[in-house]
Write a new protein. Structure first.
Length: 205
């Protein structure tokens, strides 16, 4: 299917009417699933070994390179894939691919009366079921920062373009759950594997 000329014309007209709206782009270095019980008990000094990443550390323990994903806006309909560059200690992102969903996800704003949420919340049984929630895994995103773009800049993005990231090679990374930073840490190598040693924990709410 794809996007036809009429769709593109409509989108250009919409963008023109929106003006240069701000867009947040989240630079994701890795994702990790942790049980919510584990997240709640993390302390400064703890190390989380990363499983889903393509990062490399240099001899001094600084980030040297690897693959990154940049989530633009909500990220529901795609994002940017590219390479991490270390330019004398300053981190940059070189865009290699613009990823878009084969079937874009639409947000359903309207609800019919049958599916409307009831006005009163049902009573819970948390006293007996809270133990079950301890085993529920939460996706933890390791972030290298957030880029502040606008819609005009987003529509001009092309493969090969280089964006400067808001981090240096030895700066701490953010650990994020549900778009909220709950800890910061430094990247370390442990027995040949990459991990994050926590240096600050704000806690997950």
């Amino acid at each position: 299917s794809g996007t036809g000329p009429d769709d593109l014309a409509y989108m250009r007209k919409t963008l023109a009417s929106l003006g240069e709206k701000p867009v947040t782009a989240i630079v994701e270095a890795a994702t990790q699933s942790l049980e919510s019980d584990v997240i709640a008990t993390l302390e400064v000094g703890d190390i989380i070994i990363l499983e889903n990443h393509q990062l490399t550390l240099g001899a001094a323990g600084n980030l040297e390179g690897g693959s990154l994903f940049v989530r633009v806006g909500t990220g529901r309909n795609g994002g940017l894939r590219g390479q991490l560059l270390n330019d004398e200690g300053h981190l940059k992102f070189q865009l290699t691919d613009i990823i878009k969903q084969e079937h874009p996800l639409e947000t359903n704003i309207m609800q019919d009366d049958e599916s409307a949420t009831p006005a009163t919340e049902p009573e819970d049984n948390l006293a007996e079921t809270e133990g079950l929630l301890r085993d529920v895994e939460a996706p933890v995103v390791i972030e290298l920062g957030r880029l502040q773009l606008n819609t005009a800049q987003v529509v001009r993005l092309r493969a090969g373009q280089i964006l400067r990231l808001p981090r240096n090679a030895n700066d701490p990374v953010d650990l994020v759950v549900n778009d909220k930073v709950f800890a910061r840490g430094e990247l370390v190598e442990v027995d040949g594997e990459l991990g994050v040693r926590l240096v600050h924990v704000t806690g997950a709410s």
